[in-house]
Write a new protein. Structure first.
Length: 357
């Protein structure tokens, strides 16, 4: 991945980390991941990032290069990136050298579409990769791990589903996420590794890829195109990315162990979302089609447990979040290229080179 890197080694002392926790974030340059890094750095924690900077075999490489560099630009200048696959032996070296107290595990295939495109590689990352993370946590005495699961593990559900609902995952992505939850719980039982499992839903916001539902709606409306809605009554619990990241940070830094829904907890139909996109753009048409059979019907999740245990309080409603996202898309250099001098790319240090297995 052609993100700029430096060959110079940086000091392990960081201006952001005089007394904070040592926190390792896998998938730390993803949409949610980089927001988690930013929020932890503001709290003066010592954060290091693992990210393989992959396209998952299904995402436009030029778009991801742009997004990775824009995400890097939001991080502290002392940030350290380990560009290594979590299944590579060099990943073990990160633990050995950094000795994290907390691990936030976000590295995963991001959705069902990516898993379908590369099912074997997805299973390798989501199952074997998670096991390697947990084994390193056990070996190096990690105090707590956050595992990012998904609302997809519930299968079909109505509004107000709580964490103790029976899981009925549909699709390989949801199946692997549910299996990962059980594996994390087993390491807690067998080895005393504290954990929080987070189930987010329909996370969106600036610096996301353009192939998700809200981005598709907004970009299509901006071009005065036709927004295809798969199911007149299908709905999602759309969650603004900074709210999701804040919930994860609060959960992993809390004293609590357990499973938590981290969403806006307000369902919105896909048709309503499309109508809002058309309203923001001032153009575009809506075409309602049959429901996509590959996706379960979902509603809003109950977040009362997260509110009670660590004060989770999502702030951005869908109208505000859509407007923020629309303004970013409208000014994005990738989606609105202009013949101007490119901004210099930020450089962060790659601390260790991957070893051949």
């Amino acid at each position: 991945m052609p993100v700029q890197k430096s060959s110079q080694k940086s000091s392990r002392k960081s201006k952001t980390t005089p007394k904070g926790k040592r926190i390792l974030i896998t998938g730390g340059l993803g949409l949610i991941g980089h927001n988690v890094v930013v929020q932890l750095q503001k709290k003066k924690h010592h954060v290091e990032i693992v990210d393989v900077l992959t396209t998952y075999g299904s995402t436009n490489r030029d778009e991801l290069e742009y997004l990775y560099n824009e995400r890097i630009a939001k991080l502290h200048p002392d940030s350290i990136l380990h560009q290594v696959d979590i299944n590579n032996l060099a990943f073990d070296d990160v633990f050995a050298n950094f000795k994290p107290e907390i691990v936030i595990h976000l590295a995963s295939f991001p959705r069902e579409k990516a898993v379908k495109a590369n099912p074997i590689e997805a299973a390798y990352t989501m199952c074997q990769g998670l096991t390697r993370v947990l084994e390193n946590c056990k070996t190096y005495g990690v105090q707590k791990i956050l595992y990012a699961s998904s609302s997809m593990v519930y299968g079909n559900f109505e509004d107000d589903v709580a964490e103790d609902a029976v899981l009925n995952p549909q699709g390989a992505y949801a199946v692997w996420k549910a299996a990962g939850e059980n594996l994390v719980k087993e390491y807690h039982r067998a080895h005393g590794l504290d954990y929080v499992i987070i189930r987010p839903s329909a996370v969106y916001g600036p610096l996301d890829i353009g192939d998700r539902v809200i981005a598709k709606f907004l970009l299509t409306a901006m071009k005065d195109g036709t927004l295809n809605v798969n199911g007149a009554n299908e709905k999602l619990d759309f969650t603004y990315v900074e709210d999701c990241a804040a919930g994860m940070v609060a959960a992993v830094l809390s004293k609590h162990t357990g499973t938590y829904n981290i969403t806006k907890s307000h369902s919105c139909t896909l048709k309503e979302a499309a109508e809002l996109a058309v309203k923001l753009a001032g153009k575009g048409k809506i075409n309602v089609r049959d429901k996509d059979a590959d996706f379960p019907s979902r509603g809003a999740l109950d977040i009362s447990r997260a509110k009670k245990d660590f004060g989770y309080a999502p702030k951005v409603d869908i109208a505000e979040g859509f407007e923020i996202y629309y303004k970013w898309l409208s000014t994005s250099e990738y989606w609105n290229p202009k013949p101007v001098e490119p901004k210099p790319k930020r450089v962060i240090t790659r601390k260790y080179k991957p070893k051949k297995q």
